[in-house]
Design a protein around this ligand. Structure first.
Ligand code: GLA
Length: 730
């Protein structure tokens, strides 16, 4: 982190040099006299701020690292404030709007000081304190920079010592401006079973708003990420692109505001909709983290930045390869017996799966969970289905060398349950309105301490007595339609959206810290709750209930823009009965699993699945789950999709090619290889008894030639696919 107090550009450079040579400061707090430039920098990118002579905080730039930022000749106008508050001259969408204790709706934020510290050799932290010029009202802007990954996390903390509560109406996490130019926005919209679909448009004057008001399972219609490409649609390998991701599992809002002079500001944070927050004196309102990455080498680099950052800093146990699962949901739904499950353990063993995951339907006594109409909330084992309980199942699985996992949905309740009969006021609903059910269920109001504790007990009481349970799938199958709490007082109903999310994180944290050895999948009927804050408590997420591999090509492509393949659970199912090799090849490009009735597969399909698991575990998994991704051909552009992963040392790579329509087979040119290394080319995952028709099969070719000339698998018909391994010579 550089902090430069400058009268001249020359001074900036010399001070920056001194800074580089000097040992990093442990903690430096300074009340610098303005004007001062503050640079929040990674290896290649930088947010440059200016403390003006009037003590307001302005933005000078966001983009390539620049040690030589010159002080502007005259103070910027108020429209350039970095975190603009409402009510005192700022004309556009504000980052902050507050009604002070005396009713004043204006805020005037002035710079007090900045602090910097180095967390380690890669991560730095900067904290800028702003204070209202009249009221004891503070905003702290926090920045964490990840040098090597070119990622900046930003969030705000708001507090005050006024005489009574201050009402916060707007509370963005970040509100940066972008340098002059035209911007193309890519969003990742969708719905259940159609997640993370790309849509790109050029921004024009006015506000474009992307938001969610669904509360729980907030991201069903839109993943909280976007790309902004400058001066043209986003390219994979060229051009200036910004990536943004909000780490928040509740209502969020992204505003892209192009002012009358063509200047773009982006506001990102919790959705202010219906969320006025009454902040008591001494309380701290902490916004979610907004995560940024910038590149002038296209959106492919943005994705690699996010992947590396998430693998190192966000996902649990990043160094551990994700287990291969056999899940019973698609195979049995609610209809299983103990004997059937034990037979599936045999299947898991034969397949080579690491974990068997028992899905929905194992609980409920008075109201057995035999369909989605009843039982949710009653988390005792169904004695008719599983007479010997869970521990018997974990032992039987272990006897076959398979670990046992279980499905939980701890935030939800069916009205047909003992829980609801006992606690009808524990749900989120509005008085005097007909109860609105989705999938026949309601949401537990986690803002009520007793309900939150109950929700935690679902996890505790399932896992504590069964220490051999090695895996949990945490599901969430509806969103909020009637945002009322029977616990919160009338004046604080608008806190529900925000307090729910904090209560949820508290329980997820308890889960992760109390059961550190349990691997966890984040699910919400698919990917309707995937964001980087929830992912801190999980290893993978269930990307979609849509497992038709043709649709998965698009869904996984969409998610790959921000989330690493190690996080994207991808299962082989028989949905739509697609060709089996195509199905395997698509699932092997993520965290592989299976959701099939093993006995119903044809013998050759079983053999292919066993071979694929062996190949994945022995060769592909480390490259796919821990390598860098290069997207080569977009499924949105035509008949095929292709991408490759490269290991960090660049000695191994895997290319995936999927034919989603018929067309001629052009060369696939991998990227990211070491130009001078020589790689042996080997098409893998071929059906038993077939030979590869790849022209260069078995040959050794240098990286430069492979990247220049490519490889031409014989893929021309819809559902043809190829997996090609490249391994550097010793
Ligand atoms: C959700 C999940 C599915 C399955 C069912 C069980 O829809 O996405 O994978 O777990 O719930 O009810």
């Amino acid at each position: 982190m550089k902090e430069i107090n400058l009268p001249s550009a020359a001074k900036i450079i010399s001070l920056a040099l001194v800074f580089c040579l000097a040992p990093p400061p442990r903690l430096a707090a300074e009340s610098v006299p303005p004007p001062t430039v503050i640079a929040i920098a990674t290896a290649r990118s930088q947010i440059t701020l200016l403390v003006g002579a009037d003590r307001h905080l302005y933005q000078l730039g966001f983009g390539i690292t620049n040690n030589a930022v010159a002080l502007p000749a005259k103070a910027p106008d108020r429209e350039r404030e970095y975190y603009p508050p409402a009510g005192d001259g700022y004309l556009f969408e504000p980052a902050l709007a507050a009604t002070h204790a005396d009713g004043n709706t204006s805020t005037d934020l002035q710079f007090i000081k900045q602090e910097s510290s180095e967390i380690d050799s890669n991560i730095s932290f900067t904290r800028i304190e702003l204070r209202d010029s009249f009221y004891p009202f503070h905003v702290f802007l926090n920045f964490k920079t990840y040098r090597a990954e070119d990622v900046i996390e930003q969030w705000a903390e708001i507090s005050h010592e006024e005489t009574q509560a201050v009402t916060l109406e707007h509370f963005a996490s970040a509100a940066p401006e972008f340098s002059s130019g035209d911007y193309w926005l890519t969003q990742f919209h969708g719905d259940w079973a159609k997640e993370a679909q790309l849509a790109e448009e050029k921004l024009t004057f006015g506000m474009k708003v992307l938001d969610t008001k669904l509360g729980v399972r907030a991201q069903q219609y839109r993943t909280p990420v976007f790309l902004l490409a400058k001066n043209g649609p986003a390219q994979e390998a060229s051009g200036e692109v910004f990536g943004g991701a909000l780490s928040w599992s509740g209502n969020y809002q992204f505003v892209f505001d192009v002012d009358p002079h063509g200047k773009l500001r982006t506001l990102a944070g919790i959705n202010p909709f219906d969320s006025a927050y009454h902040l008591q004196p001494g309380e701290i309102f902490t916004t979610p983290k907004m995560v940024w990455s910038w590149s002038d080498a296209g959106k492919g680099q943005i994705s690699r930045n996010f992947h590396r950052w998430a693998r190192k800093n966000i996902l649990r146990d990043p160094e551990k390869l994700r287990p291969v699962l056999l899940n019973n949901w698609e195979a049995t739904r609610f209809d299983f017996t103990e004997a059937k499950l034990v037979s599936l353990f045999d299947s898991a063993k034969e397949l080579g799966a690491d974990v068997f995951l028992l899905d929905d339907g194992w609980f409920g006594d008075k109201f057995p969970r035999d369909s989605d109409h009843a039982g949710l909330g009653d988390w005792q084992v169904n004695p008719r289905k599983l007479p010997h309980g869970l521990s018997y199942l974990t032992k039987e699985a272990q006897a076959r060398g398979v670990r046992f996992g279980i499905w939980l949905e701890p935030e939800m309740v069916n009205p047909q349950s003992e829980l609801y009969q006992q606690h009808p006021d524990w749900v989120i609903a509005q008085p005097h309105r007909e109860l609105n059910l989705q999938r026949n269920q309601l949401i537990l109001d986690l803002t009520r301490p007793a309900t939150r504790e109950f929700s935690w007990s679902v996890i505790e009481n399932t896992l504590r007595p069964n220490p051999d349970i090695a895996y949990v799938k945490w599901d969430c199958n509806r969103f909020v339609t009637q945002p009322g709490s029977f616990y919160l007082p009338p004046g604080e109903q608008s806190h529900l959206w925000i307090d729910y999310v904090h209560a949820l994180y508290a329980n997820m944290d308890r889960f992760a810290t109390n059961f550190p050895n349990v691997t966890a999948m984040l699910c919400s009927g698919g990917g309707s709750r995937v964001d980087f804050e929830a992912l801190r408590r999980f290893h993978t997420f269930w990307a979609s209930d849509r497992t038709d591999p043709l649709d998965r090509v698009f869904i996984q492509w969409g998610y790959s823009h921000f989330y690493p393949a190690s996080a994207i659970a991808a299962h082989v199912t028989r949905m739509s009965n697609r060709p089996f090799k195509f199905t395997l090849d698509v699932a092997m490009s993520g965290a592989l699993g299976f959701d099939v009735d093993w006995q119903k597969l044809l013998p050759e399909q079983r053999a292919a699945a066993i071979a694929a698991v062996k190949l994945y575990k022995e060769e592909l998994r480390p490259v796919v789950q821990q390598g860098d991704l290069y997207r080569l051909i977009s499924p949105y552009a035509g008949e095929r999709s292709a991408f490759n992963f490269v290991s960090e040392d660049r000695r191994r790579a895997v290319i995936f090619v999927y034919q989603i329509g018929s067309g001629k087979s052009d060369p696939i040119k991998p990227q990211g290889l070491a130009p001078t290394l020589r790689y042996r080319v080997r098409e893998v995952n071929l059906p038993a008894g077939t030979e590869s028709t790849l022209p260069n099969q078995g040959k050794t070719i240098d990286g430069a030639a492979l990247m220049r000339e490519g490889l031409t698998p014989d893929n021309t018909k819809k559902f043809d696919s190829a997996v090609i391994e490249l391994s550097a010579e010793k």
